[in-house]
Design a protein around this ligand. Structure first.
Ligand code: ATP
Ligand code: MG
Length: 424
């Protein structure tokens, strides 16, 4: 099948899958977030297809497919360099671990819409249906296909409302992660969370602790790496979700100005640092990143980034003026320094500007901010040194001298090393 004008390969693959299932007598639609996003004129991040074909049948029809969890009835189909999840219409059983349903029963589109979290996420689209039969006042974008709305999702989409499907309290009790999905999706889409849904989230906020830290961490990472991160932070606080998310008590601040200062694509550690500073947590050598590592299931890399930013914030605020040229160069050559400087600038723009100016001047010195070291461990060995505890100290001092333009050649560096003490 050829691509329609402007159609993404993922949409084309999803349409191909629907077409193939139809040709074999099955019912199949686009489902969930991709329909919501198309109606809002946004590019869906992924396409899902829902069908009455069983997973085994889907596998049979699409040789390039794999099962991601047969018990959940989801098959991944590949093509056009993309993947599409094909799920059998289903209704979920009880959620005894508040993580995933104990049982899944294959069922009808109606039941499938009812087991989805929010009305705007419960829409189907028949990509080959009659576009003209859509409600005349569909939200924004003209979509190609016919919308199937079984739970009032179109009206909520039009009104910009995120509403639980069915009884909000019951739907949250099934899976408390939905509280965080509500915050993330409403913030990303610029929607309001409907009142009953918001009240249920707040009433049951403590129950979020029963959800696995991996799932909580994943949602938080998605919130904090999206440009709606400030709205997310304000909503988490307003709904009483800060304590269950972070694992410690924290009063919500009046402003989220560190978060608001970040550019849309700021990396996760920078967002975490901004969030912590907005919450009034300490900079420098603080203990809270270790706590956040546990509660948000941070990777070592993200935790290290956060720690380095906070350390640099402390140094830019308090130590910069007293640092030597070498100390300033070492600090400002660090991977996270610029983020730290931006964050300091939120409350102290004059300092951030001055430190930035100092850094630019240092970058223009002959050796620059981070030159390749004139001397390494191998050079010391070649010069007759025995590897030992003094190595690092000597190399550090030689590098400092290089940063300060006191040694400019390898010979000068070796001479300095020789003068720094007994070999080995
Ligand atoms: P995103 O833009 O973040 O991908 P999405 O709504 O597409 O948002 P997915 O995680 O891709 O989110 O899920 C696809 C669909 O599956 C959702 O639109 C929703 O219908 C359903 N879904 C996902 N997670 C849940 C959940 N925890 N409870 C109920 N339904 C869910
Ligand atoms: Mg999605």
């Amino acid at each position: 099948m050829a691509l329609l004008a402007g159609e993404s390969p993922a949409r084309a693959l999803a349409a191909e899958i629907v077409s193939c299932l139809r040709a074999r007598g099955h019912v199949a639609y686009f489902a969930g977030g991709c329909v919501r996003d198309e109606l809002l004129g946004l590019e869906p991040s992924d396409y899902d297809v829902a069908t009455d074909a069983t997973p085994d049948r889907v596998r049979e029809l699409f040789p390039r497919s794999s099962e991601v969890g047969k018990c959940f009835g989801v098959v991944i189909v590949q093509g056009r360099g993309e993947v599409v999840e094909v799920a059998t219409f289903r209704s979920d059983g009880a959620y005894s671990d508040s993580r995933r349903p104990d049982t899944v029963t294959f069922s009808t589109p109606q039941e499938d819409a009812r087991r989805r979290d929010f009305t705007v996420n419960a829409l189907f689209l028949d990509p080959f249906g009659d576009t003209a039969s859509n409600p005349a006042d569909l939200p924004r974008a003209p979509v190609s296909g016919c919308v199937i709305d079984l739970v009032g999702g179109v009206a909520d989409l039009r009104a910009g409302v995120l509403r639980a499907v069915g009884d909000a309290a019951q739907r949250l009790a099934e899976d408390h992660l939905r509280a965080l999905r509500a915050v993330r999706l409403a913030s990303k889409l610029g929607f309001e969370i409907e009142r009953q849904t918001a009240m249920a989230i707040t009433r049951d906020a403590a129950a979020l602790r029963g959800v696995s830290r991996e799932r909580i961490g994943e949602e938080l990472q998605r919130m904090m790496t999206h440009e709606s991160r400030t709205v997310c932070a304000a909503r988490l606080a307003a709904l009483g979700l800060l304590v269950p998310v972070l694992g410690h008590e924290r009063a919500a601040p009046a402003r989220w100005d560190h978060l608001a200062s970040l550019p849309p694509k700021a990396p996760y550690p920078a967002s975490l640092a901004a969030w912590g500073l907005d919450l009034g947590l300490a900079d420098g050598e603080a203990a809270w990143p270790a706590e956040w590592r546990r509660s948000l299931c941070l990777s070592n890399q993200d935790r290290d980034g956060l720690v380095m930013i906070l350390r640099a914030v402390g140094q830019v605020r308090q130590a910069w003026d007293g640092l030597s040229v070498a100390g300033r160069k070492r600090l400002s050559a660090g991977q996270w320094f610029e983020w730290a400087r931006v964050l300091v600038g939120v409350r102290d723009p004059a300092r951030a500007a001055r430190v930035g100016g100092d850094r630019d001047l240092l970058a223009r010195t002959p050796s620059g901010l981070a030159p390749v070291p004139l001397l390494g461990g191998d050079d010391l060995v070649a010069a007759g040194w025995k590897p030992g505890p003094r190595f690092k100290e000597v190399l550090d001092r030689v590098y400092d001298a290089q940063l300060e333009e006191k040694v400019r050649t390898r010979a000068e560096a070796l001479e300095l090393a020789a003068g720094l003490g007994v070999k080995g």
